[in-house]
Ligand binder design. Structure first.
Ligand SMILES: *Cc1c(COP(=O)(O)O)cnc(C)c1O
Length: 384
């Protein structure tokens, strides 16, 4: 009864979403803050004032949302935690300035970046061919490789958990293969500099797609958006789920050369013509128009992250320097599994992995100041 393709599926296992009791949820890298009131109000007002609009199909290509996303990127420089606000006016930090305009034609918007990724896998990576990716990275990449029959070539990380740029380049050249990486990377939380990614783009095949997943870049990494001017094969994937407090709304996008965007639109129109509902499009546009709120949230999370990472180091933990909204940490002589279980009993959920090599690590999402205070007390009580 099942198709032979089914055998190749190894579905993603997401962070737990338990409903049995109220946990402090620090296990799925969600934002601890709600979206801004103005975005919720814009979507609700729209539905209430013109309910007939809900009877009609949405804009299949989400054009006004794409305009707002482009405007948000141009005004902030694409890294919220570094964007500047002065007298209500937003500007990019000097180091993030693109020096050119991102246009709506360079944006594709989809139903969460997971869907955007699935469509771009179809558009740019061939079945039965290799795809270069770091060994430890977003665990959805191997899932999509299985789904689309792509052979993932996993490049081990260096001893210090950084991505092995030279080996990634040399394998991409050897197999004339496309590349995907998350920057900052998950679950390591480390980020490559833009100059390092530029070197990879200069040396990897220029006629194969090179995908940089920037799900976490708003928390302090270096965005590769400025490289779009120089590299037609570069695709940058981003999401509303982490820094834009909207994981439940399922909004994601990519930024790339318009030719690449058109290829993804073709895939979309061959699978699901209307991936984004009208409500999500209106909501997402209002999020982009209220970016100062999200800049504040990102700055608060960065401050809590630095504070909690100091706390962990003082207690003898090994903590990788994070450019994200989570910390990846372990302690000698402590089992990751046991720490995870003890924290769960205390009503706090963190994430850990059974994957060989990273079993002893905890991946802790940075919550509100109050949540992190509860977490600190739990570490003290449990004597971690
Ligand atoms: C969370 C995450 C995503 C998925 O985001 P959605 O937009 O919620 O689908 C993609 N890539 C990475 C690296 C992530 O951590």
């Amino acid at each position: 009864m099942l198709s032979s393709r089914m055998e190749k599926l190894h579905p993603y296992v997401p962070g737990e979403q338990p409903r049995d009791r109220e946990y402090i949820k620090l296990n799925a890298n969600e934002n601890p803050y709600p979206p801004c009131d103005a975005a919720v109000k814009a979507a609700l007002d729209w539905a209430k004032s013109s309910p007939q609009s809900l009877a009609l199909y949405p804009d299949p290509d989400s054009l006004s949302l794409r305009k707002k996303i482009a405007a948000m990127l141009n005004s902030t420089g694409g890294v919220l935690s570094r964007a500047l606000i002065s007298e209500g006016k937003i500007s990019p930090c000097e180091c993030d300035d693109f020096g050119f305009e991102i246009t709506p034609e360079m944006i594709y918007a989809g139903n969460g970046s997971d869907e955007v990724l699935s469509f771009l896998f179809y558009a740019f990576f061939d079945s039965n061919e290799k795809l270069i990716s770091p060994e430890f990275s977003y665990s959805f990449y191997p899932v999509y490789c299985g789904f689309h029959s792509i052979q993932m070539e996993k490049i081990p990380l260096l001893q210090n958990w950084e991505i092995d740029i030279d080996e990634m380049i040399s394998r991409a050249k050897k197999f004339h293969a496309p590349t995907i990486l998350a920057n900052p990377n998950a679950p390591t939380s480390l980020c490559l500099s833009r100059a390092q990614v530029r070197r990879m783009l200069e040396e990897c095949p220029s006629d194969r797609a090179f995908v940089v997943d920037e799900a976490y870049v708003d928390f302090g990494g270096e965005s590769c958006l400025p490289l779009l001017r120089d590299f037609e094969n570069l695709i940058i994937v981003r999401t509303f789920s982490k820094s834009l407090c909207a994981a439940g709304m399922r909004l994601g996008y990519l930024a790339a050369n318009p030719k690449m965007v058109n290829a993804v639109l073709t895939v979309k129109n061959s699978v699901n013509h209307f991936p984004l509902d009208s409500f999500a499009q209106i909501f997402g546009s209002a999020v982009c128009e209220n970016v100062p709120y999200y800049i504040e949230c990102a700055k608060k999370i960065v401050a809590s992250r630095e504070d909690f990472s100091d706390f962990l180091r003082e207690r003898g933990f090994f903590v990788l320097p994070s450019s994200t909204n989570f910390l990846f940490a372990k302690k000698d002589g402590r089992s990751g599994r046991a720490m995870y279980a003890a924290l769960k009993k205390e009503g706090i959920l963190v994430r850990r992995f059974d994957t060989a090599g990273i079993e002893e690590f905890l991946r802790i999402t940075v919550g509100t100041k109050e949540q992190m205070a509860v977490l600190k007390r739990a570490f003290e009580k449990l004597e971690f």
